[in-house]
Write a protein that binds this ligand. Structure first.
Ligand code: SF4
Length: 358
């Protein structure tokens, strides 16, 4: 059966982190009930149109754990999925109670993801994160007690408040857990336009320090049995995120909820950005379409190559006219080109050399 992913966007957060540019809101909890009803309606319409059976479902945001578990599970129940579908919920570490996770698990969720970011107080404070420095321990215990086999923790490197020692300590803290996360994502902090971080150049990450921190993360994780999968993702064998592969391999997926993106055979489309508009349009019986584009063959080829190059699959050597100017950023093995460790954060410099970028 072909992979088919379903993404559900939950646009609510307890507070706005000042580096975040996602379509999420800290002042609209009063919309939650109407929002869930609208998402259920949107799924119902899709089912009437022959919604495929999902092999993976991902609740992201925003903070899906802001929803009452029974409301989130009502959405999950409405999504047709295979018996062994991967079902992931992103969860704020502060929401990771045993009761909540147990409710998720009973309801069919089988993978959790937590935005821990760091275990160092100065870094958490600089990122504007509110959870404590022991969140990773509490989360790991709750996950284990409830019995999830697979789960993820997110890290962020690049805060101006972070030293390499902080990164080392964070990794030590995670990897010395009795039940360490089998999947770890690590993102480089990016000053997005329009965010408080973006508007304050004194807090912008130093590129060299961020590269050193990212490099350290890769080296430590890979020496502890994690396999590099994609620029920001490492997994122990058997713990890869199936839903990520849907995106990386250009499979079809559909997104429900405000700002959710979908892809079907080269057509990309997305919903209106705010929950208010989304709810209002669905109530009026209108598809909440915000925009769409059809990818021509050339764009499809370029996206295919650039996504593959970001992963450990890489691309055939023929995808490049020449490697001369990027030889120090890539590795060539068995006729395929992959990013070298020092080329991962500089992937864009390699991607622009693809033949399909011409
Ligand atoms: S919790 Fe996540 S989605 Fe919400 S504001 Fe912070 S970074 Fe953005």
């Amino acid at each position: 059966m072909s992979p088919f992913g379903v993404y559900v966007h939950v646009p609510f957060c307890a507070h706005r982190c000042d580096y975040c540019a996602f379509a999420t809101y800290a002042d609209r909890d009063h919309l939650m009930d109407d929002y869930v009803d609208a998402v259920l309606e949107e799924i119902e319409w899709a089912r009437r149109d022959g919604l495929e059976i999902a092999t993976s479902v991902f609740f992201g945001g925003g903070t899906p754990s802001r929803l009452a578990p029974e409301r989130l599970l009502a959405i999950l129940d409405a999504i047709p999925r295979t018996d062994d579908a991967e079902v992931t919920v992103e969860c704020n570490p502060e929401d990771a109670s045993v009761e909540r996770l147990a409710a998720y698990r009973r309801g069919g969720v089988n993978r959790m993801s937590f935005g821990v970011q760091s275990t160092q107080p100065a870094v958490l404070a600089d990122l504007g994160r509110r959870h404590g420095t022991m969140a990773h321990v509490e989360v790991a215990h709750a996950v284990h007690e409830v019995g999830f086999d697979t789960w993820n923790m997110d890290l962020i490197v690049g805060s101006r408040a972070e030293t390499l020692l902080d990164v080392e300590r964070t990794l030590d803290d995670l990897l010395s857990l009795e039940f360490a996360p089998p999947h770890i994502s690590c993102y480089a902090l990016t000053p997005e336009p329009g965010t408080p971080l973006g508007q304050d150049p004194t807090r912008h990450p130093d590129e060299d320090e961020t590269a050193d921190a990212y490099d350290l993360v890769g080296r430590v994780l890979e020496s502890h049995g994690y396999v590099w999968e994609e620029i920001s993702n490492w997994a122990r064998p058997g713990h890869e995120c199936r839903h990520n592969h849907v995106y990386w391999e250009q499979d079809d997926y559909v997104g429900f909820g405000s700002a959710a993106h979908s892809h079907r055979q080269g057509r990309r489309f997305w919903n209106v950005r705010t929950p208010e508009r989304f709810i209002a349009m669905v109530r009026d019986g209108l598809r909440p379409l915000g925009g769409e584009e059809n990818l021509d063959e050339h764009t499809k080829r370029f996206e295919h190559d650039s996504l593959a190059l970001r992963t450990s699959r890489g691309v055939p050597i023929e995808a490049f006219a020449s490697l001369d100017e990027i030889a120090h950023l890539v590795r060539v093995r068995d006729g395929r080109v992959t990013l070298a460790a020092n080329g991962r954060l500089l992937a864009n410099q390699v991607i622009v050399r693809l033949r399909s970028a011409e």
